[in-house]
Design a protein around this ligand. Structure first.
Ligand code: BGC
Length: 762
């Protein structure tokens, strides 16, 4: 089986409004630090929708959030991810006529995402209105080797006769964000965020240092060019509108080609003190190394990535393409340092304004923990970096102790303006704790727990002590919202109480473990953590209350869930979905109707908390009232269906989740990919179909193969080792590829995983 050849392609007959916007997302370039939408260098016609964005992970400005009734401690400001500079624009004129996909004739056009070599490409054969035929091939890359680097390699070949070409390559430092006042998932307006404080051109290299209007952060873009035609004429100058343009003229005879290479470097003041100096130095280095060096490094990086993160479906190329696309996009979207995290839309668009949610902990960290634990650690380190802000946030909400992580944020402050389905989702605190425990149980990295994990766990556990209260010897958590955003401000949400209990238990466990090893002193004096508080945590965990089962043995989502009428989903017209865009939230809250997996998600996280039969009944109940209006839902249903033995359902939910973005199933991928769902689709195979489970008892699998497949293979890391698992309908084989041998249960039987393949018959 070959793991090479991971490409995703689209043939384009004619420019279309819908597709060109969608392809800006599907063919975007990102490396976890910068992201550039896959817009066309020459632009699109004025009546086309386009989001011409370039983003830096974690780089933001502050905007006012007007509260109509400004009650005590409501949030009045929020952060928004910024579009920083346009270095994508390159105009081309062919014998005086502008190349543009909407005019002349597109003889051929193909867009490619090459996931092995880490670039996107647009290959066009274009006939100008006057009849000159040229082949245009444009390759773009955001480098994993030099995270600040974005490149465009623009090659033109004369096909029909001699042509005079003129490239006008732009560097536009002052740009604005995309906005849509009609969609709550996008920013309603875009003020001027960025102003140039210093710019210029030296030795043909243009630079611009910009400052944001309120966060006062600086970002810098530096642009340099190379051209393969030695006789080409170059000129870089500043235009009246503030943009800097590099004009290049080149004459080609029939059959000849010329290539313009555009290097852009981006830096920011979050990560370096002197972004301009740093960017200029990087440009010098990059020009010295040359583009081929970065292509080579890019391929090596990805060879290494796919070597460790492989998931292959044996006889379903379409699904295979979809899962690989998702894994690749996660790598491209996730921060490589702790200054950023992974936004709901990655770095592919401005949906949700570049905010980080629980998506990171519950859907993306589980993927990286198994494939690249370092990146999981970075995502957790970001939370640690923002722990003080979470402490402040807790105070703002009236808590006397603990840390309340915000529902959506960039720097760690709450950016959710609508608290019932925002701030009230306290479960995020337990989700973060859960992810840290997951990281620990999979890697065994106790040092990290000592350095920051235990502190987060104790502070989040403290929060639960402050939120909850005792009623008849049970510990209750009132007025919170669970993951399901169609049911808000409830008492004792089952999911929330489960993660809270786990959070309390593990805060105690970590502390006691560190104490045993004589490693807890510093932590307890830093946090003034006493034996009394430890006991309080033990007690609250033990006394945690869960809503009483319904008559039919179904677990209620919260205390009052079953008191509400059931929403008639069958009678709801198709055009009324997603419900959130068509019904007042308060109306939705009064019905049994779910946006996404909530109680069902808890079954995945805590499979042993209640009997399987109860889980099955509950699953079937929630299935009927869940709209899956959130992209985080179907993957969770898939995993739980697998765990409960409902294989066909598991497959159906999985397919939908896997293809969500690559086939634009919700018709909104144009605003950005859905990173949580991408992690979820990986989890649906590995935790779902393969039945992976990692807990204190160790690691186990119990795979099945969905009917439509002949088998699948994947690799995961556990305790520093890497294994490969191949599953067919007849057998499961596991082999150690790297690291030490360890024990694993396969279908309940303990087996030692070594370099010699272990084969178990199904
Ligand atoms: C979902 C949330 C999710 C957010 C960002 C919302 O639609 O309901 O659970 O965190 O999107 O992905």
């Amino acid at each position: 089986m070959s793991f090479m050849g991971k490409t995703f392609q689209k043939n384009i007959k004619a420019l279309s409004k819908k597709d060109s916007f969608l392809y800006e997302t599907l063919f975007h370039n990102a490396n976890g630090y910068i992201g550039v939408r896959g817009t066309l260098e020459e632009g699109v016609p004025a009546d086309y929708n386009t989001m011409r964005g370039t983003y830096i992970n974690g780089f933001y400005d502050i905007v006012d959030m007007k509260q109509a009734e400004n009650l005590c401690n409501f949030i009045e400001k929020k952060e928004t991810m910024l579009n920083i500079a346009d270095t994508q624009t390159v105009y081309l004129s062919v014998n005086g006529e502008s190349f543009n996909m909407a005019q002349g004739t597109i003889v051929k056009c193909k867009r490619t995402l090459d996931m092995d070599r880490g670039f996107t490409k647009r290959d066009v054969v274009w006939k100008s209105p006057k009849g000159d035929k040229v082949e245009i091939s444009i390759k773009r890359m955001t480098s994993f080797e030099e995270l600040s680097l974005f490149t465009i390699e623009y090659k033109v070949t004369a096909l029909s006769g001699n042509v005079s070409l003129m490239f006008s390559s732009k560097h536009i430092p002052e740009v604005s964000n995309y906005s849509d006042p009609t969609d709550p998932r996008l920013a309603a307006e875009s003020p001027k965020f960025i102003s140039v404080v210093d710019d210029g051109i030296s030795d043909g290299i243009s630079y611009a240092l910009c400052e944001t209007s309120r966060s006062k952060l600086k970002c810098c873009s530096v642009v340099g060019h190379e051209i393969t035609d030695k006789k080409a004429r170059f000129c870089t100058a500043k235009d009246e509108d503030g943009a800097m343009t590099c004009d290049v003229m080149s004459d080609l005879k029939k059959g000849e080609s010329v290539t313009l290479i555009k290097y852009s470097i981006f830096t920011d003041s979050l990560r370096c003190d002197e972004p301009l100096t740093a960017a200029k130095e990087k440009m010098k280095k990059v020009l010295g190394n040359g583009l081929d060096y970065y292509y080579k490094k890019q391929a090596e990086y990805l060879e290494n990535f796919w070597g460790g993160s492989m998931l292959e479906i044996h006889n379903d190329p379409k699904m295979n393409e979809a899962v690989n696309f998702n894994m690749y996009e996660l790598l491209c979207s996730s921060a490589k340092d702790s200054f950023g995290n992974i936004a709901a839309k990655g770095l592919s668009g401005e949906g949700y304004e570049g905010h980080y949610f629980w998506d990171s902990e519950m859907f993306v960290i589980p993927y990286f923990v198994l494939t690249d634990p370092y990146l999981a650690k970075m995502l957790i380190s970001y939370r640690y970096r923002t722990l003080d802000k979470a402490r402040e946030n807790a105070k703002l909400l009236g808590h006397k102790r603990g840390a309340l992580f915000p529902w959506r944020t960039i720097t760690g402050v709450e950016c959710s303006g609508y608290f019932p389905s925002g701030t009230a989702q306290y479960h995020i605190v337990g989700d973060i704790a859960y992810a840290i425990v997951n990281y620990y149980l999979t890697t065994g990295d106790l040092d990290f727990i000592k350095e920051c994990g235990a502190e987060i766990l104790i502070e989040t556990a403290r929060l639960w002590l402050d939120v909850g209260n005792y009623v008849n010897d049970t510990f209750r958590i009132n007025d919170v919202s669970g993951p399901d955003e169609y049911t808000c401000m409830v008492n004792n949400n089952y999911y929330t109480n489960r993660v809270a209990k786990y959070n309390l238990i593990w805060a105690v466990k970590f502390f006691e473990k560190l104490e045993e090893l004589n490693m807890a002193k510093e932590l307890s004096s830093k946090l003034k953590f006493s034996k009394n508080e430890l006991d309080e945590m033990k007690e609250a965990a033990e006394m945690m209350y869960f809503p009483k089962f319904g008559k039919d043995g179904v677990i209620p989502q919260d205390d009052s869930f079953f008191d509400k009428p059931v929403w008639n989903l069958k009678a709801t017209p198709k055009d009324k979905f997603p419900l959130l865009l068509n019904y007042h939230p308060l109306h939705l809250y009064r019905y049994q109707v779910c946006k996404q997996a909530d109680t069902v998600m808890a079954f995945f996280l805590f499979p042993d908390a209640v009997e399987k039969n109860t889980q099955k009944k509950s699953f079937e109940y929630y299935e009927k009232i869940t709209t899956h209006d959130s992209s985080l839902s179907k993957c969770a249903f898939s995993i739980v269906a697998s765990k409960l033995g409902m294989q066909d359902k598991a497959y159906k939910y999985f397919g939908n989740s896997a293809e969500f973005d690559i086939r634009d199933l919700h018709d909104n991928t144009s605003y950005g990919i859905h990173t949580a769902n991408m992690g979820g689709s990986f989890m649906a195979v590995v935790y779902g179909f393969a039945g992976l489970s990692i807990n204190e008892k160790g690691i186990s699998i119990a795979p099945f193969v969905p009917d439509k497949w002949s088998g699948y293979s994947f690799k995961i890391r556990f305790m520093g080792s890497r294994i490969r698992i191949d599953v067919t309908k007849e057998e499961v084989s596991v082999v150690l590829e790297e690291g030490e041998a360890f024990a694993m249960k396969i279908y309940g039987k303990k087996t030692k995983i070594t370099k010699k393949k272990t084969v178990v018959k199904v």
